[in-house]
Design a protein around this ligand. Structure first.
Ligand SMILES: CC(C)(COP(=O)(O)OP(=O)(O)OC[C@H]1O[C@@H](n2cnc3c(N)ncnc32)[C@H](O)[C@@H]1OP(=O)(O)O)[C@@H](O)C(=O)NCCC(=O)NCCS
Length: 146
């Protein structure tokens, strides 16, 4: 296994692979896809890919907000490769890049099944659970550096 992290361009060939992985891992199980409008709106986000040689094994995106806050979204690891540290690599690199760009707080909406993953990465829950795309989510935050 030779893992490599790369910040990729919106609408690049690598981005198309990342969208396909997000679709498979996050959307298809819910009977959902992405609209063109949703993908177009991601032009202002930062897109991170994790490669094993030439195979995309994980991805996420970061969406800047105001007041030094940036949101981690759509964290997806190939289901054959989960539990092997790829998700943690993606999160750590995201925090490093967000800090480098001057952001002071990472926030996210965690699926209830992923809350423990983010807690292990130092995130804390804020407020009440809420429904998003039909499943329970929890807002979580971490000051960076944490
Ligand atoms: C959640 C997800 C991103 C985690 O990535 P991963 O590569 O599987 O996680 P890692 O191997 O880096 O795990 C890091 C730590 O978190 C733990 N962990 C990972 N997923 C977990 C989960 N769902 N629940 C509890 N703990 C979890 C691991 O056991 C590991 O713990 P350790 O440090 O004690 O060994 C990945 O499993 C995934 O894509 N799941 C499906 C999509 C999803 O739910 N995405 C998040 C949407 S908010």
């Amino acid at each position: 296994m030779s893992l490599r992290l790369e910040w990729i361009e919106h609408l690049s060939p690598a981005y198309a692979l990342a969208v396909a992985l997000r679709r498979d891992i996050l959307r298809k199980p819910l009977g959902l896809g992405f609209t063109q409008a949703q993908l177009s709106s991601e032009s202002e986000s930062l897109h991170l890919a994790c490669w094993d040689d030439e195979v995309l094994v994980g991805t996420l995106l970061l969406t800047p907000h105001e007041n030094g806050v940036i949101q981690m979204r759509q964290v997806a690891v190939d289901d054959r490769r989960q539990g092997a540290g790829i998700g943690r690599l993606l999160v750590v690199e995201s925090e490093r890049e967000a800090m480098r760009r001057g952001f002071i707080r990472m926030m996210l909406h965690a699926r209830d099944t992923a809350i423990a993953f983010y807690e292990k990465a130092g995130y804390t829950r804020i407020g009440e659970a809420f429904l998003e795309v039909g499943i329970w989510h929890q807002e979580m935050v971490k000051n960076i550096p944490g």
